[in-house]
Design a protein around this ligand. Structure first.
Ligand SMILES: NC(=O)c1ccc[n+]([C@@H]2O[C@H](COP(=O)([O-])OP(=O)(O)OC[C@H]3O[C@@H](n4cnc5c(N)ncnc54)[C@H](O)[C@@H]3O)[C@@H](O)[C@H]2O)c1
Ligand SMILES: C[C@@H](CO)CCC[C@@H](C)[C@H]1CC[C@H]2[C@@H]3[C@H](O)C=C4C[C@@H](O)CC[C@]4(C)[C@H]3CC[C@]12C
Length: 368
């Protein structure tokens, strides 16, 4: 918890503070931002775990609200020094309509920006995504690229489209005058695939493996590298950016940063096995067990089934043409921009990130 001997003067707002990443950001802020006086957590669904945070030296204010409602956002932002906007609809499985994804991710972000401008909040950090860049619809590899690597970022899927639009809004808002006459300072963080405690898809794979008698079947070639980053390090990057944005506004304002750490470069499935293996699962096959064309066919069939069944039930399997393309296209980052601009070093080593994640998967065992 914050050291109360230091001056506690700052008010932070975390939107989406009850999500997978948001909870880690919230806990990290309470542990590592000693200047915090009040932490506001704004989310559509508030978690019961928030109660335990309310006994510490920092005032924790839970706000149940919707980013698509401009007046709710403005009320939450008023008086905050820093906004970390991590709320978003993460849906690549067709659970929600494209319109809703746009409304939450794009209009919601616009509401956050306008709230900052109207109420005089100067520092805004946006949780963007690697998907703003790629993989693109052509399936071109992005091999250990950085923030300046040329890449044709073309999207069709509603989720990456919405993240790209929202990121652009945030970056273009940098320098806008906020109430009181000072400029807004914004920047965007682009995590690759986040893993760690609370990662729902990891749990889904784990339970799928248990149902299949402790086995998972390789579908993606081991040579396809998929970027992954530990949630604690992503949270730490948010905390650092929030702290440094004021002092390095000229350097950091309007910038994007990939989120990275020392997690190894592996395929999506091989990487998951770093955690699922020690929990008793086995990945069968050194090569994909099915030909790629069959996976493409199955993915297309899933889309058709989703459409046919929609009037009756929500059918949203992990495999669809989009998730197959993302999993099957190399996309990894190698950069030190965050270190150069704001002194970021990963807080958690790969070994620690791995241990913590394995421990979490094991405890998640009972919740099948
Ligand atoms: N999970 C990843 O691998 C990953 C990778 C890159 C970027 N991101 C980004 O990180 C952010 C957090 O993702 P996550 O994985 O923690 O997702 P999540 O779904 O666990 O968390 C999102 C949170 O936003 C809240 N939310 C959704 N709609 C809202 C609304 N209308 N108003 C207020 N709150 C709302 C949800 O209730 C949830 O608590 C997202 O912006 C996502 O695009 C995630
Ligand atoms: C073909 C299957 C065989 O096992 C594997 C399907 C895996 C997919 C469900 C996931 C592969 C890559 C994931 C995405 C990636 O890690 C990055 C993302 C960015 C972020 O902003 C949101 C989540 C996601 C799109 C993530 C979603 C799940 C995958 C597509």
């Amino acid at each position: 918890m914050a050291n109360s001997a230091q001056t506690q003067e700052l008010v932070y707002l975390v939107t989406g503070g009850c999500g997978f990443l948001g909870e880690h950001v919230v806990r990290m802020l309470l542990q590592r931002e000693p200047r915090l006086r009040e932490l506001r957590i704004f989310d559509l669904h508030l978690g019961p775990w928030l109660e335990e945070l309310k006994t510490g030296p920092v005032q924790v204010t839970a706000i149940q609200g919707d980013v698509t409602q401009a007046h709710e956002v403005a009320a939450a932002v008023a008086g905050a020094h820093v906004v970390i906007h991590t709320a978003g609809l993460v849906d690549v499985f067709g659970k929600t309509s494209p319109e809703t994804i746009h409304e939450v991710n794009v209009q919601g972000t616009q509401n956050v920006i306008e709230a900052c401008v109207q109420t005089g909040t100067r520092f805004l950090i946006y949780t963007s995504s690697m998907e703003v860049v790629g993989p693109n619809i052509k399936g071109q590899p992005f091999y250990r690229g950085n923030e300046n690597t040329p890449y044709e970022a073309v999207h069709r899927h509603p989720y990456p489209c919405s993240k790209a639009l929202a990121e652009r809004l945030v970056l273009e808002a940098n320098g806008r005058e906020v109430l009181g006459g000072l400029p807004l300072v914004t920047c965007a963080l682009r995590p690759t695939g986040i893993y760690g405690e609370g990662h729902q898809i990891m749990k889904d794979f784990y339970h799928q493996g248990l149902r299949l008698g402790g086995r998972l079947f390789r579908a993606i070639p081991a040579s396809v590298e998929h970027g992954r980053v530990y949630v604690g390090n992503v949270a730490w990057m948010h905390v650092l950016v929030a702290r440094e944005l004021e002092h390095r506004a000229a350097l950091m304002g309007g910038q994007v940063y990939f989120c990275y750490d020392n997690s190894p470069y592996k395929s999506y499935e091989d990487f998951n096995m770093e955690f699922l293996g020690p929990c008793g699962l086995r990945l069968v096959g050194t090569r994909p067990l099915m030909p790629y064309w069959l996976l493409v066919l199955l993915a297309a069939l899933n889309t058709l089934l989703q459409w046919l069944l929609r009037p009756l039930l929500l059918y949203a399997p992990l495999l669809n043409p989009y998730t197959l393309a993302v999993a099957n296209t190399t996309f990894t980052v190698s950069t030190d921009k965050a270190r150069r601009h704001f002194g970021y070093e990963p807080l958690f080593s790969w070994e620690e990130s791995r241990t913590r994640t394995i421990r979490w998967v094991r405890t998640a065992e009972g919740s099948a």
